[in-house]
Structure formats: structure tokens, C-alpha cells
Design a binder for this molecule. Structure first.
Ligand SMILES: O=C(O)c1ccccc1NCC(=O)[C@H](O)[C@H](O)COP(=O)(O)O
Length: 266
């Protein structure tokens, strides 16, 4: 059984519990933040989606003591374009409370980074203040992907559709995904290959698609490589969680996109 299979098995159990809980909605104004779909278009510099990541299956503990509000506020002050909050408890030591607290502290788009396989999870993410949710193509059938994608959009949420191989990219394109995350990490083996972004990005012909390179980004050189392939954003977790000089590290990664981002890049 792969780690992704184990995570999804755990999610099935959590979903049963979620169905028994009632939802306390966030105040409507809490979700009045610019959407990634709008703010990442025609960007003149690489947008950073900075992740709050206490631990992970591949790396174990990263920073178990992190204060998510303090970290998110530092990210915002450093000029990131969005914040990703890992809300999974079992494998990443995160929580929906983290997302809720961060929502109250910053005025940026928030990605609820979890393993969505049911509408009820989308309801909870929205209630906690998410502006965008993650749909991992490898985690479900194309028909379920379509159902959850439609449902999230009906709730006013953006969707980050995550792919790792050619077949998944074909599924994302057929879905009409406007925001595609190319995960450089294989979620079954943990192997990271930054070349994944280049390989899969070349399949995307719609110049309006926002491409995000995810995982394993450590340096300005890595970001330059992602930019060459049309990415206008990078999702960075561990490197920022461990950075000694957070503003300096973020500034270093925000490279200029000379042609004004992907829409003008082809
Ligand atoms: O990070 C993991 O070990 C992992 C394992 C299994 C499923 C998902 C996993 N990570 C989620 C992510 O997508 C990353 O946290 C995110 O892309 C940032 O990656 P990094 O910059 O390498 O911390």
C-alpha cells in the first residue's frame, strides 16, 4: 500500500466523522480576498505560495512548534502571493484550526492543502476560510474529480488541480482546469524530480492556464527552471519552514518573469 493509499484510507474515516459535525461558517467578509485565478494572471514576478508545514511523511518533523499565525504573518509581510495550510493531522500534524487562525490573521488567498475526496471536506474548508482547495488527480476517478471541481466552484472556491504524470495532466486538461499544480514529488515513492514540471508543462497549450510548480523547490535556480517552463507560481514548504532569513529567502525566489508571466510567455 502506498502512502497516498494510506492517507486516502484515513480520509475515508475522517469523512464519516465530519458528516456527524455541524458547521460554523466564517463571517462572509473573511473570504473577500483576491482569488489566485485573478491575482496570479499576467504576473511580472514569480508568485510564491508559502506553505505552513509542521511535518510530512517524507521528511518527518519539520517544525512541530511553529505558530501558524506568526509564520503566516511573516509570509504576508515578505510579499508571498498566497499561503498553503496543510490541514491534515495524521500525516502532517496540521489542522483546520490552523487554517481558521491564519484566515483571521492575513488577507491573502489561502490554499487548504488536504486530500479532498468528498464534498463535506470542501464545506469544512470553506467554513474555515479557504479560498482555494486542492484536488489531486491521482486520488480519485475523473468522474469524481469533475463532481468535486464543480462543487468547489459553486461554493465560490478556486481549485488547484494537481498532477504528477502525463495521464493525470491529460485528465486535468480535459477537466478544463484553470489552475494546474505540477507536483515534482511522486506521492507514492517520495522521489522528487524538478524535471517533472518541464515535462508536463509542455502539454498545456492554453495560455490562460496558471501553472504552479510544487515541491522540492530550494533555490532561485530551481525557480528559474520552473519559470522557463511557464510556471508563474511555485509552492514551497520545507525550504521556507527551515529558512533562517525568511524575507531574504522569499525575495530571492521572487524572480522577475520577463515576459509578464505565462499568458504572455508563448
Ligand atoms: O511532503 C510530503 O512528504 C508529502 C507526502 C505525501 C503526500 C503529500 C506530501 N506533501 C504535500 C505537498 O504537496 C508539499 O507539502 C508541497 O508541495 C511543498 O513541498 P516542499 O516544498 O517539498 O516541502
Amino acid at each position: 500500500m502506498t502512502i497516498l493509499d494510506k492517507i486516502l484510507q484515513q480520509k475515508e474515516m475522517e469523512i464519516e466523522q465530519l458528516k456527524k459535525q455541524s458547521l460554523a461558517d466564517m463571517p462572509a467578509e473573511a473570504n473577500q480576498v483576491p482569488s489566485i485565478a485573478k491575482s496570479f494572471h499576467n504576473t511580472e514576478r514569480m508568485r510564491i505560495i508559502a506553505e505552513i508545514k509542521r511535518a510530512s511523511p517524507s521528511k518527518g518533523s519539520i517544525d512541530l512548534e511553529v505558530d501558524p499565525v506568526k509564520q503566516a504573518s511573516l509570509y504576508e509581510a515578505s510579499g508571498v502571493g498566497a499561503i498553503s495550510v496543510l490541514t491534515d493531522k495524521t500525516f502532517f500534524q496540521g489542522s483546520m484550526d490552523d487554517l481558521r487562525a491564519v484566515r483571521k490573521a492575513v488577507n491573502l488567498p489561502l490554499l487548504c492543502k488536504d486530500f479532498f475526496i468528498d464534498k463535506i471536506q470542501i464545506d469544512h474548508a470553506k467554513a474555515a476560510g479557504a479560498s482555494i482547495i486542492l484536488l489531486i488527480v491521482a486520488a480519485m476517478s475523473p468522474s469524481k474529480l469533475q463532481v468535486l471541481n464543480t462543487y468547489a466552484k459553486e461554493q465560490g472556491l478556486d481549485v488547484l488541480c494537481e498532477v504528477h504524470d502525463e495521464q493525470e495532466m491529460t485528465t486535468a486538461i480535459e477537466l478544463g482546469a484553470g489552475i494546474i499544480g505540477i507536483n515534482n514529488r511522486n506521492l507514492k515513492t517520495f522521489a522528487v524530480d524538478l524535471g517533472t514540471t518541464g515535462r508536463l508543462a509542455s502539454m498545456v497549450t492554453n495560455p490562460d492556464t496558471i501553472l504552479i510548480s510544487e515541491s522540492g523547490i530550494q533555490s532561485r535556480q530551481d525557480v528559474e527552471q520552473a519559470a522557463q517552463h511557464g510556471a508563474s507560481a511555485v509552492l514551497v514548504g520545507e525550504t521556507l519552514m527551515r529558512a533562517g532569513d525568511l524575507p531574504g529567502t522569499i525575495s530571492d525566489l521572487q524572480i522577475p518573469l520577463s515576459k509578464g508571466g505565462r499568458s504572455n510567455a508563448r
